[in-house]
Write a protein that binds this ligand. Sequence first.
Ligand code: AMP
Length: 822
Amino acid sequence: MTGGKIHDEDISASSQWSESTAARFGRLDLDNSDGDGAWCPDIMSEPDGLKQYLQVDLRSLHFITLVGTQGRHADGMGNEFAQRYRISYSRDGSSWVGWHDRKGRQVIEGNKNAYDVVLKDLEPPIIARYVRFMPVTDHSMIVCMRVELYGCEWLDGLISYSLPDGHQMIYRGIDVYLNDSVYDGASAERLTKGLGQLTDGTWGLDDFLHSHFYGMWPGYDYVGWNNKSFPKGYVEMIFDFDHIRNFTSIKVHCNNMFTRGVSVFRQATCFFRSGSEWESPPVSFSPTVDRASQRARFVTVPLGDRTASTIKCRFHFADLWMLFSEVAFQSGSAVYNTSRSARKQGHPTNIPVDDPTHKVDDSNTRILIGCLVAIIAILMTIIVIIFWRQVWQKMLEKASRRILDDELTARLAFQTQNFSFHNSSLSSEGGSTMNSTYERIFPLCADYQEPSRFVRKLAEFADSMESLDNETTGHRSCKRLAGGPDPPHYAEADIISLQESSDQCSITVNMFDSSMKEFPRHKLSFKEKLGEGQFGEVHLCEAEDMQDFLDADLSEENTESPLLVAVKTLREDANKNARNDFLKEIRIMSCLRDPNIVRLLAVCVDTDPLCMITEYMENGDLNQFLHKLSLPDETTPGYEAGGETTVNYSKLMDMAVQIASGMKYLSSLNFVHRDLATRNCLVGRNCTIKIADFGMSRNLYRGDYYRIQGRAVLPIRWMSWESILLGKFTMASDVWAFGVTLWEILTLCKLQPYAHLSDEQVIENTGEFFRDKGKQVYLTKPSCCPDSVYNELMLSCWRRNAKQRPSFEEIHLCLMESLQKL
Ligand code: AMP
């Protein structure tokens, strides 16, 4: 697939998510520039995945021993992969067989992330022309695959064999099962229309009680029959070929443990058929009965260059049991040295039965060995590359961290001046740094994290430190202050159950020193409970002598003492992750200074419980605030407020302007909020709005978040399509969320966005945004919203192309203008 040997027209699929994720893009290791980097079927609606498949037509029969799978990475844009899949195959394109391993398991463990190749040894191997990869999921989801097949052409031309199934032997109390356990055809009185153990490339051991395969039953490698069940004294096998061939010989791998009543056959008689009749005379051959060696061996039956498309051979018992583990043919259409030499000799019937040189010269054997050696070489190369990459990445990561830490110190100093906050450490020891670590988990799926990307981003980040005007996804100053070189900011979108994070799915980054004054706990007196979040309660408190802790701009406004403040406390039983996230929120908030961002005033972190003291916003969160209000005349924008429980359109627009202003400030820092919504904005005196929630704290709004497989919790109704599908959070995705927040404001938070859609339907709608076929559903225009605001502003926030969405500066300007016109 990767090398292009298989043509596009030979790769097909049950369905495709879009033209850019068609079957032809399902080639391992190719991040196709003209496609979206993998084959992705339509949303998997069938949990067992049997309806969706990627099919490869190899044009002729192949012996396939290994397959590889990979997800859609698309240079970091993709994060879809098949965690499990099945394989089915066909030799004729009409009858299909589901592959299963030697223990009968059909489902194969696939990928754990979108970029690593996962190889699967096919034991038993497949002989097929068509192969289907069928992703398996537990629930409806988008899955993408890239695949590869490893093996070689099946030159034998044998498409099926038919024989009586093997028997059970009881040897000294041990049950020895000699059936053809991997036969893939029909099984009735005889096994018909399939291939199995006799063509799986594995030759049995001398002692048939032992197997090449760990954990399999005694006799596993052999198909064997008991003389007593065959009154005529022979076992008849019929072999069907793809076309008429010129046969030189048949090689049968036989067990010869004569001390246990097992022996090589006494005589083989083969009949040939090219049309409907068996031709005469048959060819007979009697190998020398060997009572000296119990070695298992290939016995070559010369076939005298007879032409046929079907061969029937009768193998006569020489002892109580006859055990075969492999059958191979040498025929004219497959050019083998041995067959040629046999033909030249002209004595096909006199070739010694057990001539060791025949084994050495066996061309089928050579091909098989060649295949195996090639596969081992490929595997070794892959292992070496993976190992080398890991070592190299570790070195890079270390180096990048060192560079970043150094640069960070300088940057931090610069930021500190800018924000004029005091650099007194959280640590009780003056000036010492608090070098704690925390685990970061990325959204959508924890597996989204990719070490190589992380290292690359580190490097990119280091490069871009000089220019803060970069308009990519980044966070700059606060991002670094918050704790790491790549998005350090947790919004609620990230994860809810941090406790469940697996090692594989998380990375540890250094926390950076952050500064916030420690407030003496005894100077706080509890007044009332304001609310409750994920990590604890928020209390209204009186704080004595708070003025000493206020920045100049705040101390002018807040002269009263004691001062009313909001104190957010971390629950005492919070685990390490919650604690780290709480500290992280402190670090983020400690560097934000804007009239429309909730200000962190001081902290109590020297002892437990950890507390952050923020300015008190009398009117609580914007969602609840608006929910209680109504519009006196919903059809006319610009009317005046009619009473305490009413709010007018211009007031709503004023709120939107304030949020846009706060977001403009965050965007000037290249800081991505990730969870902008009315529930995360607080309302103060005179309807002052401030953006809050830079960490993870929610309880009341559980329903606004979508849980993926019980782990990640995402505010999908506020998220852009690329955040949901690609895990990409940028300023442009914050703009999308702003559009939804504006819609909430103008509908007075009476309904959830897309209230008529279930969570799954919201995700499907996201897919429509991605496909861009005009089937996507937009939030409808709120009744008080003028057409111009809806069409020019709100809808522009939800443009598919993130680059075409307005910036917060533009949004702020536009809202200001429309407010002034009122
Ligand atoms: P949080 O844990 O930040 O989501 O806060 C939970 C609830 O406490 C919010 O929904 C608000 O109602 C209330 N709250 C949080 N911070 C403040 C504040 N600074 N002033 C007033 N109420 C607040």
